[in-house]
Design a protein around this ligand. Structure first.
Ligand SMILES: *Cc1c(COP(=O)(O)O)cnc(C)c1O
Length: 465
């Protein structure tokens, strides 16, 4: 075995041989060397583990190098087709951007921009001004500020208002959002001390009152984005928390999570996802939410609220570390403009269109796609079935969207195998397993990627990938 391993030619000898001419043709030599070393490592391991006995031929080594190169030349961040039916899938990048936002990115990204330049006066401007007027117009907020994400928004707000002081929060609102955002930890990192009040299931106005003392910096209310409580529960609504805070001249920060701009009832026909304007009207001094949840824009954290407080946040040195870049600003501003007209937003913000999609239309589309797939993949059994999808991204916990999926089976191949084949197809199609079938939900397949979705799925189902 060791002899066989030793018998593999050296890197220099291999690179000088005919099999490598083409590989070296249009690439930096260092890249080919790195790929070759990886290929040799793999082959040596196979020899060492007895999975291979013969010394690999040069052609074989070149082929293994080609595979390594292909892997190294594939971007790590890749586009995938979301066939999970979950519109705000956090692992798949949450909201797909509206065409207007993509156009704005195109316009701004390739050249220079007025990021921090006041064109009118030929003077220095602020990046923080670009979206603020639009946000105030849409929400009625006195002032607005945009940061990297909602977690950053909460950290900045609490750091400014309560560093070295206490933040009072209900025990029923100590939520965890997707592993890395936990309210107690975020409060600690902002430099404030948490004071928990109430019980897991019930908090009363008196609980906040009793906890307020000379060290109180702010009251915090957090939307329970990704779970619901039922049974013997009671909550103190934002208007009441705000009234208590006002009596003690303390600010209230409301972390809304998703943050609906108009009321959700009008947007989707289903209620209860908190509305930004309602929170401000109820007396929240600072409201925060994500740009890539129900707003349907880029990753960002939107901060709205009282002009004096937002002004303080703008002067906080931490803002420099949390600020957004020009690409985010371009995409967010374009997305916000669509929200001036709810009908326009519903038609042009993809996440919104997907969430609000009409089940009858979804069924028709699924049937149409199923017919094409059946023609192309004779050996597959494809059935259109009713199912439910969630909104995702910590929005609308418990809400089940009525949806229609393709339930796919191929005899002789397990549902696991089919799921893997779809995932490894080009572009990758991400579905989910339900019982003994692979389910693909066209709800989250964008209209202009439907043909690719069908092609890629066909390759996976026919083993043609
Ligand atoms: C999603 C969410 C966050 C985190 O927002 P990011 O934009 O992902 O940083 C914080 N709080 C609540 C209530 C949320 O729903």
């Amino acid at each position: 075995m060791t002899d066989a391993r030793r018998a593999i030619p050296s890197v220099d000898v291999l690179l000088a041989s005919g099999e490598f001419v083409e590989l070296l043709d249009a690439r930096p030599r260092s890249l080919v060397i790195a790929a070759l070393r990886r290929a040799l490592e793999g082959l040596r391991a196979e020899l060492a583990e007895g999975r291979r006995t013969a010394v690999p031929e040069r052609a074989e080594i070149a082929e293994a190098t080609r595979r390594e190169l292909a892997a190294m030349e594939t971007p790590s961040l890749r586009r995938v087709i979301n066939a999970t039916g979950v519109p705000l899938h956090t692992n798949l990048g949450r909201a797909p951007l509206p065409a207007a936002a993509r156009a704005a990115l195109e316009t701004v990204s390739g050249g220079y921009s007025s990021l921090e330049y006041d064109i009118e006066h030929g003077a220095r401007g602020s990046r923080h001004d670009h979206c603020s007027a639009l946000l105030s117009e849409l929400t009625g907020a006195e002032a607005a500020l945009v940061v990297n994400n909602n977690a950053a928004a909460v950290v900045l707000a609490l750091n400014e208002l309560a560093e070295g002081l206490e933040v009072i929060v209900s025990r029923g609102e100590l939520v965890e959002i997707g592993e890395t955002f936990r309210v107690p930890e975020i409060i600690a990192k902002s430099g404030a001390r948490i004071v928990e009040v109430g019980a897991t299931n019930r908090t009363h106005p008196g609980d906040y009152e009793k906890a307020i003392g000379p060290d109180t910096g702010a009251l915090l209310k957090v939307h329970r984005s990704n779970f619901q409580q039922a049974g013997f529960v009671s909550d103190v609504e934002i208007d009441e928390v705000a009234a208590i805070a006002r009596r003690h001249e303390l600010p209230v920060v409301h972390d809304l999570g998703s943050g609906m701009l108009p009321d959700a009832e009008r947007a989707f026909g289903f209620p209860w996802e908190p509305n930004v304007r309602a929170s401000l009207d109820a007396g929240a001094d600072v409201v925060t939410f994500s740009g890539d949840k129900l707003l349907g824009g880029p990753q960002a954290g939107v901060i709205l609220g009282r002009a004096d407080l937002v002004g303080r946040l703008r002067r906080n040195p931490l803002l420099r570390a949390l600020r957004v870049g020009k690409l985010t600003i371009a995409a967010l501003e374009a997305t916000l403009r669509l929200w001036r007209d709810l009908d326009v937003a519903r038609a042009q913000v993809p996440a919104l269109a997907m969430i609000g999609a009409d089940p009858a239309a979804l069924r028709e589309r699924a049937e149409r796609i199923a017919r094409t797939l059946r023609e192309r993949c004779r050996e597959a059994e494809i059935e259109v079935a009713a199912d439910v999808a969630e909104v995702g991204g910590g929005s609308y916990p418990g809400l089940e969207l009525e949806t229609w999926v393709l339930r796919i089976g191929v005899s002789g191949r397990s549902e696991r195998e089919l799921e893997v084949a779809c995932r490894r197809s080009t572009p990758p199609v991400i579905g989910r397993l339900r019982g003994d079938a692979l389910c693909l939900d066209p709800r989250t397949v964008l209209p202009d990627e439907e043909a690719e979705f069908i092609d890629s799925t066909t390759k996976a189902l026919t083993g043609d990938g």
